[in-house]
Design a protein around this ligand. Structure first.
Ligand code: 13P
Length: 262
C-alpha cells in the first residue's frame, strides 16, 4: 500500500525567523495519525532551509527546496546544486512548478537534467505535471501530461520510479479560487498512472505516488482524497499557517486510515 503524503511549498514566503516559529507550532499541532501514517514535507525558500532543518530535525517532517541547478558546481551565478541541498538537510526537491515554467522559462528538458542530478544526490524529486487552461479546453490534458512525463523521466528506469513523487498540478488551478473538481483530478491521476504503467510496467505504476496540488483547502481535502489514485496533497496558501497544514494533514491521515481498513 502506498504511503500517503501531505506537503507544502512556501514559495517566496516565510523567512528564517518565521520558519523556526512555524516549525515549532506545526510540531505542536500535528496529530498522532499524521505523524505515524504520512510522509510530511515542507519546502521553504533557500534562505530558510537552515532554520527549517534545525527546527524539524528528528521530527516526521522532511524539508526540501523549490528548485535547483542540474550541474554539480561551476560558474552558475545565483544557482544551487543538488549536493548543496543535500548538505543543507534537504530530502526533497520540487521541480517544474508552474510558476517556474511561467515566469522563469523552465522547460521539461531542463527539468529532466535537474531530475537526473537530484536522483544522483539521493534527493526525492517532486515532479510537477499539469496542463494549461488552453490545453484543457482543447481536450489535450492527458496528452500534455504524457508528454511532460516522457521528457522529464526519459533517463529513468522502472526501479527508480518509487523514489520519485509525481505531483499533478493543473496550471489553471494553482493560486486560483477553486481546486480542480475531485472527479477531474481522479481521471488525470488514473491517466498518469496508466502512462507510468505503459512505460515502466505494473509494479512501477502501483508503487509511484501521485499527489494533487492547486487551491487545496481544509474544505476540499476530504473529497480530493476520496479517490484511490490520489496519494496525497501538495498545498500552497492554505498551509502557510501551521494550523492550516496540520488540519489538512489530519484529513489526509484519515484517508490513510480508511484505506487501511478497506
Ligand atoms: P495554492 O494551494 O496556493 O493554489 O498553491 C499550490 C501550489 O503551488 C502547489 O505546488
Amino acid at each position: 500500500m502506498r504511503k500517503l503524503i501531505a506537503g507544502t511549498g512556501w514559495k517566496m514566503n516565510i523567512g528564517a525567523a518565521e520558519a523556526a516559529r512555524y516549525a515549532a507550532r506545526l510540531l505542536s499541532c500535528l496529530d498522532a495519525a499524521s505523524r505515524d501514517l504520512l510522509d510530511l514535507f515542507v519546502l521553504p525558500p533557500f534562505t530558510s532551509l537552515h532554520a527549517a532543518h534545525a527546527a524539524f530535525l528528528s521530527s516526521p517532517v522532511g524539508i526540501g527546496a523549490q528548485n535547483m541547478h542540474w550541474e554539480a558546481s561551476g560558474a552558475w551565478t545565483g544557482e544551487i546544486s543538488a549536493a548543496m541541498l543535500a548538505e543543507a538537510g534537504c530530502k526533497y526537491v520540487e521541480l517544474a512548478h508552474s510558476e517556474r515554467l511561467q515566469h522563469f522559462g523552465e522547460t521539461y528538458e531542463f527539468v529532466r537534467r535537474k531530475l537526473n542530478a537530484a536522483m544522483d544526490s539521493r534527493l526525492t524529486p517532486i515532479l510537477c505535471l499539469g496542463e494549461t487552461r488552453q490545453d484543457k479546453s482543447l481536450g489535450r490534458a492527458d496528452d500534455v501530461l504524457a508528454e511532460q512525463i516522457g521528457i522529464a523521466l526519459a533517463d529513468q528506469s522502472a526501479s527508480s520510479l518509487p523514489a520519485i513523487m509525481l505531483a499533478y498540478e493543473p496550471r489553471w488551478a494553482i493560486g486560483a479560487a477553486n481546486a480542480a473538481p475531485p472527479d477531474y483530478v481522479a481521471e488525470r491521476h488514473r491517466a498518469l498512472r496508466s502512462v507510468v504503467r505503459q512505460r515502466y510496467g505494473a509494479q512501477a505504476a502501483g508503487d509511484v505516488r501521485i499527489i494533487y496540488g492547486g487551491s487545496v483547502t481544509p474544505g476540499n481535502s476530504e473529497a480530493l482524497m476520496d479517490h484511490p489514485d490520489v496519494d496525497g496533497l501538495f498545498v500552497g496558501r492554505a498551509a502557510w499557517s501551521p494550523e492550516g497544514f496540520a488540519e489538512i494533514a489530519a484529513i489526509v491521515a484519515r484517508a490513510a486510515m480508511k484505506r487501511k481498513l478497506s
